[in-house]
Design a protein around this ligand. Sequence first.
Ligand SMILES: [Zn+2]
Length: 352
Amino acid sequence: MIDGRDKLRKLVLNALGYCGVAALARPVVGGIGAILMLHRVTSHLERPEGANCHLAITPGFLDQVIADMKTRGYEFVTLDDALERLRRGQGGPPFATITADDGYRDNLTEALPVLERHGAPITIYIAPGLIDGAVDLWWDVLDEIVHAKDTLTLKSPSGEMTLDCSTPANRAEANARLLTYFTTEVREEEQGRVLHELARSCGVDPDGPRRDTLMTWEEVRKAAAHPLVTIGAHTVHHYSLKRLEEDFARREIVDAGRILEAQLGQKPAHMAYPYGYPSAVGAREVALASAAGYASAVTTRHGVLHAGHAAHLRALPRISLNGRYQRLAYVRTMLSGISTPLANSGKLLVTV
Ligand SMILES: [Zn+2]
């Protein structure tokens, strides 16, 4: 999951305006490759206008993006191969590797047929706690909650909060308020209890979204056995690591590898930090991922790959395929590299 209030929104909205400039800027800011980031890939989104619609693209759009990138010379490779090309540096055609976070079932049922047609590999990052049901797909549960009643009352330590959920605009505002509350005011380990209490008060099943949209272990094993699929780790409980004590954060990173190895018979070589934005991942988390032996770790920071990333393999940025703006022009603009410094205070080599 990534921040619903993605900062790239405005930037991407202006993408068409950047297109001409992007083509000219490419030799200066363009990288040698890109890691694409997916969450859901489906034609059957439960709430196409919901708060989390940015997390889903259609299989048709994925097909278009891959086909378009191929015509522009991109080679679709495994994550291992992408790391190898980073180490080799400049020279050779541009490359892309596809990643997907959280283990949505539609990655298997709707994305994989597209990837098979293109022979494009994918790395799917799994958080065992989300598969087991130890933690909830809370951002989707929140969307259910704001749709359940016209008025919502939340008892927080700082007092009672009443949220109007009677119109789409009010629901969006209530969702944003709850998102802030859950990510900044509730402790990560407390999130489940607070969410269950709130869901119960609205008649919402907090396990519903997880059960309906994420893979089971059996499905994860099926995915792992596919020649185009690599399974990576996404920590155990999908907590925001920066908000945890160091030992706790270390366990989240190390134990995810152990659990996945026990379930799949192979230790994952790669990981993705949950949320991946600056308030969730920093230098400490990169050091922990490195010490845990992961060959790579990806964030949700926006950026293309440069040869310099060979020295920052546990702090790799990605290009998100965003459900709100499914336009080839936006993807081309982002891949040109021009949006990388624009979204990162002028930085070309985006790490953490
Ligand atoms: Zn995630």
